[in-house]
Ligand binder design. Sequence first.
Ligand SMILES: [Zn+2]
Length: 177
Amino acid sequence: MQNRTEIQLPKGCPTILTKSQWGGRAPTCRTAMSTPVPYVIIHHTEGTACSSQSACVSQAKSVQNYHMNSNGWCDVGYSFLVGEDGRVYEGRGWTSVGAHAPDYNKNSIGISVMGSFTSKNPNTAALNAVKSLISCGVSKGYIKSTYTLKGHRNVTATDCPGNTFYNTLKSWPRFKA
Ligand SMILES: [Zn+2]
């Protein structure tokens, strides 16, 4: 048992806009996911970053349209999107199987920060929103308290969630490559 100092996750839940609150499209199909899940997988969209609610809503719609129209998926692939406005935008949510990490879709929550984080981190508001969303999921019983945190690159051949953000993730609680 390692006894090292770890960053503590904030208590409580961040501001989560439901799909209908941000004007997202309803899914065309859905598979229920059994919870609590043992994994949290972190992504970046590798698209445009956003730091206001209106800009983040626009980005969330763009990601959802791409996943539904171009990829032919039932919904946006991620469980949640996070903006640098510090808000969380519901994707498939806590209880639906996602399309973000093959082999892990059925037993993980996939959280994607909007923007590209290869050479810089998401801002503090977005980092705090991700941490808060994880502890929120644990407190509500959707994520196991013994969950393992991973970057997308740990489970799929990809650069996601970007080198700089990935290096930051390594210092977060329960991270295991
Ligand atoms: Zn990813």
